[in-house]
Design a protein around this ligand. Structure first.
Ligand code: FE2
Length: 285
């Protein structure tokens, strides 16, 4: 069995895994160990590795699909990059508020991975919070107000809180879905505080004022500074995280600044029409 060394990144979530070779075949015990770490620690960091698109996709699929063939068919065969330098880069500038990718889909990504292919310093960090831990520690009065309530999750158009420098996107026909605030994680069965500042429009069955008041109180708990863990990017870093249990945000990136190109692989991919895809507009004032 491959011997992996594991180091905690924070008491709540995240581990750095040392000794992993993405080119070597994986034995069953190592697969189990990585799946178990992914389910319990929610974020895996591998540093200084050389990783192809296919190897990245295979690792992601393996982490969420027990017993199934590790194929990349569900990931899309085209490579995509978060980048301020490539012409077709995703989210090429600005700041990103906290969100889970595709939270507006009926089946949001379970796994999201980013691999640093071109990273110059200083690179804007990605910042994570744990929405499972947030539900567990929610004060009793807030839990009573939130439990069983439904929210509308939508792509592209929510504006709230500190918008300074936020990347504004335009979506012709934004996809949306309705979910419980206390959301059951599809793989681990844990309860997730499933709202985010970027995509949760409102609480159903409440006035706008009541809805925003409840969401603001929940966000204050979820995004407390002590809950946030940043990752400072270096080239050759792979971060694989549970996109439902964790949310992420990003400090400001500019087109003129240091290169920051991260290859993104996620699963399962929702099927979208062209009019449901975002266009990057401008930074908010
Ligand atoms: Fe994202």
């Amino acid at each position: 069995m491959t011997h992996l060394e594991v180091r905690e990144l924070s008491p709540e979530f995240g581990v750095e895994v040392l000794g992993f070779d993405p080119k070597a075949p994986l034995d069953d015990a190592t697969r189990e160990q990585l799946r178990d770490l992914f389910d319990t620690r929610r974020l895996l960091l591998f540093r200084d590795i050389d990783l192809s698109h296919e190897e990245q996709a295979r690792l992601c699929t393996m982490l969420i699909r027990k017993g199934e063939a590790e194929t990349i068919e569900a990931m899309g065969s085209r490579e995509s990059f978060i980048s301020n330098k490539l012409d077709d880069g995703i989210a090429p500038f600005g700041r990103l508020q906290f969100h889970g990718d595709t939270m507006w889909a009926d089946k949001p990504y379970q796994v999201l991975s980013l691999y640093g292919t071109d990273v110059q310093q200083p690179a804007a960090p990605t910042i994570f919070v744990d929405a499972v831990g947030a539900w567990k520690t929610l004060p009793e009065d807030l839990r009573r107000r939130a439990e069983g309530r439904e929210v509308l999750q939508t792509a592209g158009a929510v504006r709230r809180g500190n918008m300074s420098g936020v990347l504004l996107t335009e979506v012709e026909n934004p996809p949306s879905t309705v979910t419980r605030i206390n959301y059951t994680h599809p793989r681990t069965g844990e309860t997730v505080l499933h709202i985010c500042e970027q995509m949760t429009r409102n609480v159903l069955g409440m006035s706008d004022a009541e809805s925003e008041d409840l969401l603001t109180s929940l966000f204050a708990h979820l995004y407390q500074p002590e809950r946030q863990v940043g990752h400072d990017w270096r080239e050759g870093d792979l971060v694989v995280f549970d996109n439902i249990a964790l949310q992420h945000s990003r400090a400001r990136v500019s087109k003129e600044g240091p290169a920051r190109t991260l290859r993104k692989v996620a699963s399962p991919m929702p099927r979208l029409r062209p009019d449901q895809l975002p266009r990057w507009k401008a930074e908010a004032a």
